[in-house]
Design a protein around this ligand. Structure first.
Ligand SMILES: [Zn+2]
Length: 132
């Protein structure tokens, strides 16, 4: 299943993000994901898979929101952009040219992560050494 693999990649990226920050108190609230329409990923299915996969992990309770990026091709004959459709094998409707350049639609990336962190609060509440 495509979405299961995508979720695995996403979890690996999020784990790496946390390791890089060296802040284990980071609580992820929302993960904003860009998904191109040419990736064959079903956004609803990806959210369902994600919600099941994060149960019992440090990401439990976080939310995945998906922004769909349209599938746009460029016709290399007239340089115009168009919406490729499988009905005519993704050829350009203007010049009937085969799809040679994809402008957008293959994206699968984390746009941003909303999170809370106790790091700042922990620093403030740490005992201050009394001066003698
Ligand atoms: Zn054209």
């Amino acid at each position: 299943m495509h979405e299961v693999d995508m979720t695995k990649c996403l979890l690996i990226s999020l784990n790496e993000w946390r390791d890089r920050r060296e802040d284990t108190s980071a609580m992820v609230e929302t993960v904003h994901l860009d998904v191109g329409r040419f990736t064959c990923v079903e956004p609803d299915q990806l959210v369902t898979t994600y919600n099941a996969a994060v149960q019992g992990t440090w990401l439990d309770g976080s939310r995945l929101t998906i922004t769909e990026i349209p599938f746009v091709g460029r016709c290399l004959i007239c340089n115009g952009t168009y919406d490729p459709v499988p009905e005519n094998a993704y050829r350009s409707p203007c010049c009937d040219n085969p799809l040679e350049e994809i402008v957008s639609g293959r994206e699968l990336r984390i746009r941003s992560i909303d999170y809370r962190s106790d790091a700042a609060a922990a620093l403030e509440s740490a005992p201050i050494q009394r001066q003698r």
